[in-house]
Design a protein. Structure first.
Length: 69
């Protein structure tokens, strides 16, 4: 793999990650305040974990793309 190919892969990974994070931010903004209730206790979930989860989903999408290439 040449240096140019590695640079292109890095740009593509960054794009998928940013896209996933943006989608997570969109979900957080749309849904608003979320919470998780289990066994009589509840914990609020802010936007940061949702954005991070979106970034992970974006990386997973990139991984699937590479598997099928």
């Amino acid at each position: 793999m040449s240096k140019k190919d590695k640079e292109n892969d890095l740009k593509e990974v960054a794009g998928f990650t940013a896209g996933g994070a943006a989608a997570g931010a969109g979900v957080a903004a749309t849904v608003g305040g979320m919470g998780l209730a289990v066994g009589g206790t509840a914990v609020g979930i802010g936007a940061a974990p949702v954005v991070a989860a979106g970034a992970v989903v974006g990386l997973a999408a990139y991984g699937l793309k590479k598997v099928f290439d």
